[in-house]
Design a binder for this molecule. Sequence first.
Ligand SMILES: Nc1ccn([C@@H]2O[C@H](COP(=O)(O)OP(=O)(O)OP(=O)(O)O)[C@@H](O)[C@H]2O)c(=O)n1
Ligand SMILES: C[C@](O)(CO)[C@H](O)COP(=O)(O)O
Length: 256
Amino acid sequence: MSTAKSKETFKHIAVVVAGGKGLRMQSTVKKQFIDLEGVPVIVHTLASFDAHCRVDEIILVVPEQDLDFTCNDLLHRFSFSTPLHIIKGGVTRQDSVGNGLNKALKLCAQPETTLVLIHDGVRPFVGGNLIDRCIDGALENGACIPALGIFDTVKKADENGNILCTLDRDGLFRAQTPQVFRLDLIVKAASHARNTGFWGTDEASVCEHAKIPVAMVDGGSFNIKLTSPQDLIFASIIIQAKKEAELTGHSDFFFS
Ligand SMILES: Nc1ccn([C@@H]2O[C@H](COP(=O)(O)OP(=O)(O)OP(=O)(O)O)[C@@H](O)[C@H]2O)c(=O)n1
Ligand SMILES: C[C@](O)(CO)[C@H](O)COP(=O)(O)O
């Protein structure tokens, strides 16, 4: 791992997307702004990238109607040492990422030597070692995402919930973020997606569609995405476990 932001040939820009409505969370406050043990979800997430020595700049994407609140209220209460740029999102996640990529293009000298770390604003427990694995994988392969295997038996069903078959879980993975790409590659893939009308739930699928190979590294068990109300209970438990692990010096083991 590098010890100084300026020592690497590549520039690393985190694009944290928090421009969604959080409908599945069924909360009056958008899930990225929900308070988790005294700190909003999005601030937990930003802090992970701010603390990482290889992250040079952070672009935060928020809903247009929350720009004022984010710039003038939320981020006045918390400070970060990494340069932070706040921009508006779009209708879909892919649109929000697109806005983030446009901003990254303006911040970088050369897209060929810039890595973008595209991360869900609502994955607040991303660990430093996980960020390192993804960066290293992208430096080697151009594109790299974290993923975890599947331990449950996986069924395919029809629209009425009747089981059609059991899928072979070998070779199936759950994709996480940060998904890290050389900026020139992901910009090319995003433009191909736009031109062909492709829509994907993550950026790896946008690359796959453009036939750009994407490598995988181990994801993190605690790197959960806060999607439904139950996830907030898991989040509180994780924060508690993290505090205890830090006290006993085991946080690297648990949160790698
Ligand atoms: N137009 C959008 C939609 C989603 N996201 C972000 O993408 C991440 C993952 O998306 P998801 O969990 O699906 O968030 P929402 O779209 O907000 O949730 P929902 O689908 O339940 O409405 C979140 O950090 C979300 O804020 C975004 O930046 N812009
Ligand atoms: C990007 C992602 O978090 C990877 O698992 C996921 O695909 C987002 O999907 P969602 O349907 O927008 O929650």
